[in-house]
Write a protein that binds this ligand. Structure first.
Ligand SMILES: *[C@@H]1O[C@H](CO)[C@@H](O)[C@H](O)[C@H]1NC(C)=O
Length: 538
């Protein structure tokens, strides 16, 4: 089989076995799946209780012990499918959806074979040629892309549902649990409606997939800021390069209502992530990241092969389809029906939905005003917001040794004329360049960050990454009432990234030393109002 290295890196995490260079299910598993695929009259699986027994048998055939599953998994399955689900829905689930899932599991080995064969042909991701795209472990500090068909993802997620992924090797590789046992066990252990509604989203996804298999692709990319001079990687900005940056600030639009995932223009939609991609999606979590994983469940597939993020890393997913509508947040989260995702697709068959996972500092408290921590946050955001195709431009922009815009323009122009490929230097009419950032209170809710500080950091990072705009959803947060005014003032005075960076660093230093207690905007306002008395009228 082609791409043997790729397969070897992931094989111990997959339920299928490799025999004489082909992938197989053990024969007992094939028999059991065949029975399931023929429906409840054949398999006798017509309740959550029996379903769990079938799962235990499948696991046993794969030499996985059911002791490794979360304690209340059986009760969770039974509660959901036998008590909470209506009889009509359960008939559809056991009669149609589950058999179709079993059928897709039967085809998993051949889907994987086809996947590795395809991934071997020269692929081109976002105008980067010759990238490997095979399913493999995307280890920390190794930038790379995995491109999966939506069909293969649905089979992998069916493995999660049946709890067929080996549990034991994952922890040692910094990978989260990928089976759905805890999702169901948590429902039973501590019944609450949000958990039931999370499961409803997942069940809805399988119902949709089984009635019509989507034909697109989804890519998962680990983005890494280079620790050394690796030219294919995004350069790692030093603190001095932020303070000297002459890049202009991008457009900043404030929306006090609306949600990132409903943003209509193509943008990098920020996932306020946990360093473990997906956070508590498969356990009890139900805030911004977890909700996104429930309404776009294909994101879950990334949890299979994307270990924990380091400070200089981000994860970008392009093409995940949205299947569900919802209302609420955290304990008020509710599934409220089908969602038809009408986003266009790109030449690789990916929906033009770009989700960027960046993990903010957790409960930073006063630490967040310390210089090293501001640098950590801005470089994390820069890593996420950057476009790896522009690494050369970033390198030039981050060099510390040009002091004027004219000199910078000269360097950029010489890059343009020297390069063989056409390189877009500044945001312009190019379609790619229309991709801005849609974000909000990153690292501020459960993570406890300062929203004013975080908004400015994201603006700086987006600008330095040459993004044309940032759309900021405030979720009506009180402390951001002045955001629009302040960003408009700054924009009208044409501050550079360096100018604003130096302000936020000065403010943070005073805040650290307890020389000021006010928020950044109030700290900045007297300075602004000396110039423009109008700013204080609000
Ligand atoms: C998905 O990706 C594969 C592999 O690169 C490609 O052959 C296929 O055409 C893509 N699908 C679509 C719908 O573009």
């Amino acid at each position: 089989m082609e791409n043997r290295d790729d397969l070897n890196s992931i094989l111990e995490f997959l339920p299928v076995v490799l025999r004489s260079s082909s992938l197989f299910w053990p024969s007992q598993v094939v028999e059991a799946l065949k029975a399931l695929s023929k429906g409840p009259d054949h398999s006798q699986v017509h309740s959550g209780q029996v379903l769990f027994l079938a799962i235990s048998d499948l696991r046993q055939s794969l030499t996985l012990s059911s002791d490794d599953l979360a304690f209340s998994t059986a009760d969770g399955f039974s509660l959901y499918f036998d008590d909470l689900m209506s009889r009509a829905e359960a008939n559809k689930w056991f009669g149609e959806t589950l058999p179709a899932m079993a059928d897709s599991l039967l085809r998993l080995p051949s889907m994987l074979e086809a996947h590795y064969k395809n991934a071997d042909s020269i692929s081109c991701v976002d105008s980067r040629y010759g990238l490997k795209t095979g399913l493999r472990l995307l280890k920390s500090q190794e930038a790379g892309v995995v491109l999966l068909s939506q069909e293969l993802i649905s089979a992998l997620l069916a493995c999660s549902f049946f709890c067929l992924f080996p549990d034991s090797p994952r922890g040692a590789s910094d990978l989260q649990v990928i089976n759905f046992d805890r999702l169901f066990a948590s429902l039973y252990d501590n019944y609450n409606e949000k958990q039931e509604n999370k499961i409803k989203c997942i069940i809805h996804y399988f119902e949709r997939i089984c009635s019509s298999i989507p034909v697109g692709n989804v890519s998962f990319e680990r983005k890494v800021l280079a620790v050394d001079q690796n030219h294919n990687y995004i350069p790692h900005p030093k603190a001095e390069s932020w303070s000297k940056s002459v890049v202009s600030l991008c457009l900043f639009e404030v929306c006090s209502s609306g949600l990132i995932e409903d943003h209509s223009k193509e943008a990098l939609e920020v996932d306020f992530a946990n360093k473990y991609f997906g956070g508590g999606a498969l356990s009890r979590g139900c805030v911004q990241e977890e909700i996104r994983f429930m309404i776009n469940p294909e994101l879950i597939a990334g949890m299979l092969f994307l270990p924990c993020m380091a400070d200089n890393e981000a994860i970008e997913v392009v093409g995940a389809e949205r299947f569900s509508q919802y209302t609420g947040y955290a304990s008020s989260f509710r599934f409220c029906g089908d969602f038809l995702d009408k986003k266009d697709t790109d030449i690789m068959g990916r929906r033009k939905t770009r989700i960027i996972a960046i993990d903010a500092l957790v409960n930073p408290g006063k630490r967040q005003y310390k210089h090293d921590f501001i640098v950590r946050e801005i470089n994390k955001a820069f890593c996420g917001f950057s476009d790896p195709c522009k690494s050369h431009q970033y390198q030039i922009l981050l060099k510390d040794d040009h002091f004027s815009e004219a000199e910078l323009d000269h360097d950029l122009k010489s890059l343009e004329s020297n390069s063989d490929n056409f390189l877009e230097i500044r945001p312009s009419a190019n379609i790619e360049d229309e991709v801005g950032i849609a974000t909000g209170n990153w690292g501020c809710g459960a993570f406890g960050g300062d929203p004013e500080l975080k908004a400015i950091i994201q603006w700086l990072a987006a600008s330095q990454a040459l993004r044309p705009f940032i759309v900021y959803y405030t979720f009506g947060l009180e402390s951001l009432q002045k955001l629009d005014k302040v960003t408009k003032w700054i924009t009208s005075h044409r501050w550079s990234v360096g100018d604003l960076w130096n302000m936020i660093v000065e403010y943070s230093s005073q805040r650290s030393k307890k020389e000021t207690q006010v928020g950044f905007f109030n700290w900045l306002l007297p300075l602004l109002s000396a110039d423009d008395p109008m700013i204080l009228d609000s």
